[in-house]
Design a protein around this ligand. Structure first.
Ligand SMILES: [Zn+2]
Length: 223
């Protein structure tokens, strides 16, 4: 039991710092004292770094780098989105560049389509972290999105992580995940042209831009 205290301590501290207790979502009960997750790379990995600057991967034709245009090379931001469910990381990767922003992605022939998330790329992969406290909604293959993890944060807030190489095998529907905990690894599963995370933030059923949505929470606790 003594070995489990560290994990439980982290979960309890994260819960204390965020408004998940009023969540409208009714997840499977988390029973404190239940078996700790099996030790693996995820249980020993460092928690999320707090990125505040995101370099552009490229500025070639066809890229969609929305907010980067004004500054040129990179977008600056506060690390968190403040939501009714608590703070969420705007960039839940270990290290990445922005290869595609949120919004319309045009093509040379005048066509295009809406891109409802951020593409955060790194050819070397790396860890993906829970953007905020929440419960696993699903961890499964979703067609062109490849291997996908969805986390329910309560108050109508959901985050979605697509094209994953792997999800922590300890995670399945109803499991609590603490903000900043490593939960998956970046990959190129499904319809992906390179190793990247397709990251979506959903608020009350609407997909929002993770880089610009909401009021910044610069001093929100992550650990
Ligand atoms: Zn994408």
């Amino acid at each position: 039991m003594g070995k489990n205290l560290g994990f439980m301590g982290i979960a309890a501290a994260a819960l204390a710092g965020c408004a998940v207790t009023n969540a409208s979502y009714d997840p499977a009960p988390i029973v404190l004292g239940s078996p700790a997750p099996a030790a693996n790379n995820y249980t020993s990995a460092a928690r999320a770094p707090l990125h505040a600057e995101l370099p552009a991967c490229n500025r070639g034709a066809g890229s969609n780098l929305g907010p980067i245009g004004a500054r040129g090379e990179a977008v600056l931001y506060t690390p968190y989105i403040f939501t009714a469910a608590g703070p969420l990381l705007r960039n839940p990767t270990e290290a990445a560049c922005l290869s595609s922003g949120f919004g319309w992605r045009g093509t040379a022939d005048g066509g295009g389509r809406q891109h409802n998330g951020l593409d955060l790329a790194n050819p070397n992969g790396g860890y993906i972290y829970a953007a905020g406290d929440g419960w696993v909604r699903s961890a499964e293959w979703q067609g062109g999105y490849g291997l996908v993890l969805e986390i329910e944060h309560g108050e109508g807030v959901v985050t979605r992580y697509a094209h994953l190489n792997e999800i922590d095998p300890n995670l399945h529907s109803g499991i609590f995940v603490a903000a900043g905990a490593p939960v998956a690894r970046m990959g190129a599963t499904g319809n992906a042209t390179g190793v990247h995370l397709h990251y979506e933030v959903i608020v009350d059923g609407l997909l929002v831009d993770p880089l610009t949505y909401g009021v910044a929470a610069p001093d929100a606790p992550i650990s």
